[in-house]
Write a protein that binds this ligand. Sequence first.
Ligand code: CP
Length: 303
Amino acid sequence: MLKDFISVRQLDEGSFYFIYELYKEFRDRYKAGETKLSDLKGYSVLLPFFESSTRTRTSFELAGKILGADTINISGSSSSVKKGETLYDTIKTLEAMQSDFIVLRHYMSGAAHIVAKHVKSRIINAGDGSHEHPSQAVLDAITILEKKGKINGLKIAIIGDILHSRVARSQIHLFHMLGANITICGPRTMLPRHLEQFEVNFVTTNINEALKEKDVAIFLRIQLERQKKVFFSTLNEYSIKYGLNRDRVNLLKDDAIIMHPGPVNRGVEIQSELVYGNRSVILDQVENGLFTRMAIYKFLLNQ
Ligand code: CP
């Protein structure tokens, strides 16, 4: 039984495609006007976020509300953590309030895993340090499926701050499991040390090599907040060496898509006019995130 959703490693191909079926059902019903459902009626969803978020928090909250749950946001900066309460005591307190789901974002890698062991509430990992962001990887895989019709055999490049990216860690495992051929690319200082542990087909520091003939190009945010030392000289230099510009778009396949989990550092990872350009599916990722998160709640309830 899957009580919590902490890592993409908890999914096999069958459970991913089951979530995809739930996603399609919720999306179609919502678009047909069924905007108030009752799958989570009587359930409570608490959302303690100890790092800032726009997409993940809003979509998990909205997804819960559409499904009929009572949802409550808890911001780390206004919680009793500020008075010295530990994460463990905070989560035990939320459990005592009969929370059915706790959607947790925390700056510490492993935070969701640790608290899940100590509470009966179902924990959903909404991003833990540099470790994982599983719901993002699922919505990204679904976006690729929707746009390309398959993932198996696709050539996917993931570019940027791989070292600090929880999104990349979740994406790499999930996309590999679904049969993609994965290239990762970034400055040497932003590539993880033990690359043999990553399920990737090719590693390069040369973005032009990384983008050549790819079906999907995923750009990652430079995570300045996680960088304790200097990984590149200036944002301008990073943008020149690793940013997406018009010439680089032409290296991709003609029908390639451009993705970014957001938030985007405009003009750094992607040139400003390309952010919502005709190849970009960034806003599709956001929209799909809502229905994916509805599907994740339902998937956990079915377990
Ligand atoms: N992609 C993502 O996690 O965005 P937020 O930080 O806005 O939730």
